[in-house]
Design a protein around this ligand. Structure first.
Ligand code: NAD
Ligand code: TDX
Length: 331
């Protein structure tokens, strides 16, 4: 199996889960080791996998790697909304051109392909609307979500026009170990470890539908093994919480007062609410989340960041400098 983006957050957890639970699967990781990639996230399985340092948009490299595998699971992406607002070009290049490169290779070699995508392609919801389903119309808001939407459309077209054996999944917000400190939950946990107050965009009323990364990755395996070709599956664990509540749960884990955070500049075009209806995945493939309790999963995640400072420390100062350079200010 070729796993792209295997040195990133979800990809590294996928590779670790795969090595632990499926000893018959041989994994090759292809990762460009951008600012978001970290070889150390694969240290626990380094002896059990092959690692290739390279770009998914490199057509010859990708063609060569794909020719030797039975399946491709495509996680590699530029993944952070705030970065896509500051500089959109890498998102177009990696998310769209990179996906094109993989699709051409799986088409040529008739290799099974699974495409990992996001619920953000559907835009956002008002408080009363039902959750996204597989038939919700695409309506992306940010350069990040627009390029993910574009990549999904390429997959659909290559499936219909060229018979590529592809499945797609669109998942909600993930949390868990090995997530980059630019993202909401690890940023606040590592701020608190450093004695810095959490940073909440605007009033914090935006809602995200949280899922533990291991539950996401078990769903990816279910789809890979039993999903229907051409089908999209939404992945979510009924984990809707507003950002203010999440910050206050993190503060509680550090025995700090619930008001001990700062409101900072809001994100332009900030999506208000995401929510997933995962009925198809649950009913057709029998998937259900193991981390039904967000508070327990969050406690594990806080413990992981406390225990693994060596992993995140090298990225922390640069990340905070980038937020300051982008103009983030306390309100
Ligand atoms: P991440 O930013 O942590 O990791 C991305 C990885 O891709 C990094 O290791 C990076 O080095 C690699 N990469 C980037 N550009 C590359 C290129 N051109 N060639 C090869 N490798 C490259 O991202 P993540 O949070 O693990 O997200 C993984 C996938 O899951 C993405 O496709 C993302 O859109 C999707 N997703 C993420 C979430 C979430 O909450 N994080 C939710 C739903 C879907
Ligand atoms: O410091 C912060 N303060 C804050 O209030 C940060 C970094 C974020 N936020 C808010 C913005 C969002 O409403 O928290 C929420 C979550 O922010 P992110 O972690 O940046 O995630 P989001 O923009 O929702 O996108 C994530 O989920 C979908 C991933 O980064 C995407 O890759 C995935 O597709």
């Amino acid at each position: 199996m070729l796993v792209t983006g295997g040195a990133g957050f979800i990809g590294a957890n996928f590779v670790q889960q795969t090595v632990a639970t499926r000893p018959d699967v041989q994994v090759t990781v292809l990762d460009a080791l951008t600012y978001a990639g970290n070889r150390a996230s694969l240290d626990p399985v380094a002896e059990r996998i092959e690692f290739v340092h390279g770009d998914i948009a490199d057509l010859d490299l990708v063609d060569n790697l794909v020719s030797g595998v039975d399946a491709v699971v495509h996680f590699a992406a530029e993944s952070h909304n705030d970065n896509s607002l500051a500089e959109p070009w890498p998102f177009v290049q990696t998310n769209i051109v990179g996906t094109y490169s993989l699709l051409q290779a799986v088409r040529r070699h008739n290799v099974r392909y699974h495409h990992v995508s996001t619920d953000e392609v559907y835009g956002d919801l008002t408080p009363d609307e039902p959750g996204f389903t597989e038939s919700t119309a695409y309506n992306p808001s940010s350069p990040y979500s627009a390029t993910k939407a574009g990549s999904d459309m390429l997959v659909r077209a290559w499936t219909r026009s060229f018979g590529v054996r592809a499945t797609l999944s669109n998942c909600s917000n993930n949390y868990g170990p090995y997530q980059h400190v630019e993202k909401f939950i690890p940023r606040q946990i590592t701020n608190l470890i450093d004695g810095v107050r959490p940073r909440l965009y605007g009033a914090g009323h935006q809602v995200r539908d949280w899922i533990h990364v291991d539950d996401h990755n078990r769903a990816v395996w279910d789809i890979l093994e039993r999903g229907r070709t051409g089908q999209t599956y939404l992945i979510g664990a009924q984990g809707e919480l507003d950002n203010l509540t999440v910050v206050q749960l993190i503060l509680r884990a550090f025995d700090r007062e619930p008001t001990d955070f700062d409101h900072v500049t809001d994100r332009p075009g900030h999506d208000q609410r995401y929510a997933i209806d995962a009925s198809l995945l649950r009913e057709e493939l029998g998937w259900s989340p193991r981390y039904a309790d967000f508070r327990a999963g969050l406690a594990d995640t806080v413990a992981w960041y406390r225990d693994n400072e060596n992993w995140w420390r090298p990225k922390k100062a640069d990340t905070e400098r980038a937020y300051a350079a982008a103009g983030e200010k306390t309100l």
